[in-house]
Design a protein around this ligand. Structure first.
Ligand code: PMP
Length: 387
């Protein structure tokens, strides 16, 4: 593809040609046999990608925020308590969203780049009975990864549902829904799942569906009400069509193609590939003297890297220079440090060559910003880490 600038932001990402082709295929009816088969298969594959044995998958037209909204609307009744483990911008969003549905939200936040410890989380769980605990697996605003397994375990011990925002993690970071006892994982199509923006995806445990069925009040949101969607998902998985609202036919074809590719690569291989790409990117950045937003190396995600600008480098100019050098990077998102850092996404179809091109473009942009480095030192460190 000529004149293409490599898209290395933490979503949307670069997509596989076979996925993009599915979007351009002639659209059929949502009741056509080929769509019924693809939708049914996509639901089965979504469950497999989440390593869930008995979860109920949902695929709705919408973005990741709609997935967050659907979970909030269907699980919260006015007055319910929710504990939000906040590691950045998307924790703030979940607090606002759950509050809108009448939840009494307690936030457990860490300073920027940090994450609450399991002890702090357990202390909070001891102080009140929570209906659900939400956590962001990878907060895209900080690049901080949380300990999903540890939190899910605590939530279960204290009788709360664990809800994982996996928008920036699913199909990139290790996440084992059944083995770790996670109740809800929600995500969106446009990141490591590898499909252009437009699908809200989530899988919920049988325990979660039971909590939903025990509601005393109607769901305060018409479109996302699981009363409408549960029979639709069950019908398509049984290879029957059913209608509540028109599914995003071409996006679901594309989803089925991408999930098929993910399973073909193998989840373990995929998790390891993301770790290797991340290690290369972070080693390259470290060699250039760039420090990460996450306060500890083990708190840094594998799907993305958040890096602080060196003193004297103007963020806006830097990002423009990197784009001119062929790579789109993302600016800051966390309000407290918005202009102090930038973000690199390395997930989904990303190859080591893309990471090397990115570190190369970062070097060019730094030199053009009068920051002194030895050209090639970042690329070389990334190559060595990868090998
Ligand atoms: N949660 C996280 C961790 C995200 O990264 C994003 C999107 N960047 C969202 C939620 C919201 O998803 P969307 O923008 O697709 O609505």
């Amino acid at each position: 593809m000529k004149n293409r600038t490599l898209l290395m932001i933490p979503g949307p990402i670069e997509f596989e040609p076979a996925v993009l082709s599915a979007l351009g295929a002639p659209t059929t009816s949502h009741t056509a046999a080929n769509f019924i088969e693809a939708f049914g298969q996509a639901l089965e594959r979504l469950r497999q990608v989440l390593l869930s044995e008995d979860g109920q998958p949902f695929v709705l037209a919408g973005s990741g925020t709609l997935a967050m909204d659907a979970v909030g609307a269907n699980l919260i009744e006015p007055g319910d308590r929710a504990l939000v483990i906040n590691t950045g911008y998307f924790g703030d969003r979940y607090t606002a969203l759950l509050t809108r549905y009448g939840a009494q939200v307690t936030q457990l936040a860490a300073p920027v780049g940090g994450r609450p410890s399991l002890d702090e989380i357990e202390d909070a769980l001891k102080r009140a009975a929570y209906k659900l605990v939400t956590l962001t697996h990878v907060d895209t605003s900080t690049g901080v990864i949380t300990d999903v397994r540890g939190v899910a375990d605590l939530a279960k011990r204290y009788g709360a549902l664990s809800v994982v925002d996996g928008v920036c993690s699913v199909a990139g970071e290790e996440l084992r829904m059944s083995a770790w006892g996670v109740d809800v994982v929600l995500t969106a199509s446009q990141k490591a799942v590898g499909v252009p923006p437009g699908l809200a995806l989530f899988v919920v445990s049988p325990r979660t569906l039971q909590v939903f069925k025990n509601r005393k009040t109607p769901v305060g949101n018409y479109y996302t009400d699981w009363t409408h969607w549960l029979p639709i998902m069950q019908a398509y998985e049984a290879r029957k069509s059913s209608y509540f609202a028109t599914p995003a036919v071409n996006l679901i074809w594309a989803l089925n193609v991408s999930l098929g590719q993910i399973l073909e690569e193998g989840l373990q291989t995929r998790f390891e590939r993301h770790r290797a790409l991340s290690a290369a990117c972070k080693a390259g950045a470290a060699a250039l003297g760039l420090s990460q937003v996450p306060q500890k190396p083990e708190w840094a995600a594998n799907t993305m890297t958040a890096l602080r600008y060196p003193a004297g480098v103007d963020g806006g100019e830097f990002l423009m220079r990197a784009a001119k050098a062929g790579v789109y990077l993302a600016g800051g998102l966390h309000p407290a440090i918005k202009n102090e850092y930038f973000r690199i996404g390395h997930m989904g179809a990303t190859k080591i060559g893309d990471v090397l091109a990115t570190i190369g473009a970062v070097e060019v942009a730094l030199v053009q910003s009068d920051y002194r480095i030895e050209l090639g030192s970042g690329v070389s460190a990334a190559q060595k880490a990868f090998l």
